[in-house]
Design a protein around this ligand. Sequence first.
Ligand SMILES: [Zn+2]
Length: 298
Amino acid sequence: MQEPPKIQVGSFTIAFLTDGLWRNDGGCMFGVVPRELWKREHPPDDLNRIRLNLTCPLILNGRDAILVDTGIGNRLSAVERKIFDHGEGWLPDHLRALGMEPGDVTHVILSHLHFDHCGGLVRRRESGTFEPAFPRARLFIQRGELETARDTRNERLRAAYRHMQEILATVEGSFEAVEGDLEVVAGVTAVVTGGHTYDHQVAIVRDGRHCFVHLADIVPTRSHMRGPWNQAYDLDALRTMEQKAAYLQRAAQKGWWVSFAHDDQVFTAKVANDRGRLVLGESVAVGPMRSQDAPRQR
Ligand SMILES: [Zn+2]
């Protein structure tokens, strides 16, 4: 297991953990963008699935360990694991490669509660029952997101949160429902964006002029830096566009690091302005994570 790459943001160290590679339908990931355009950067397999990452930045300040999102985890059934081509055990292994244990994580900021961001909150034991994956962590989520996930009569939303029952049954007591932006620890803030879900939030780390923002599903891959390239899942794509334009422009002007939830090539990058187009500048590439990238069974 390779040690996760790190960047320094002022006095904070940020390690780029991932819950591994997986695949999802390319059409769902790019919404109104024709396949002919996205397939060059994201070659689809014969099931039209593209390769994606599950990036979970871990923010370290010498005392706290703040994880942003948790990936898919090991809760999927064998059939679902095949559909999404996802193996298990990645995130715990990456923590171990840093010399840390799940019990060392003190806070988790959840961008939203779709299964590929919060599934890793729980761990399926061999017996089939669930336990909290990060037993000491406080879990920060927007109250609106939690309420929608817990109880919605809308058919589409209900489907998007159908995994929540077993997650709530296991960790509900650890959730801290937040209304609006919250400084989780000094210098680390969860900021509401909306867009992808109505209460989607991003994580911002700031120390003086140094800044990092994990944009989660506002910019899920490097290709989504383009204004109109948005996911079919977005509940309010126009809001996603506004938010990403604002963050990426600020990042380009001020030399911020940004990271994305699902890019399979780049963990984090600075943003450059190339004659009016926002493109990747200095970046930290996703290297080989495990030999042959194969999911490991445990
Ligand atoms: Zn996602």
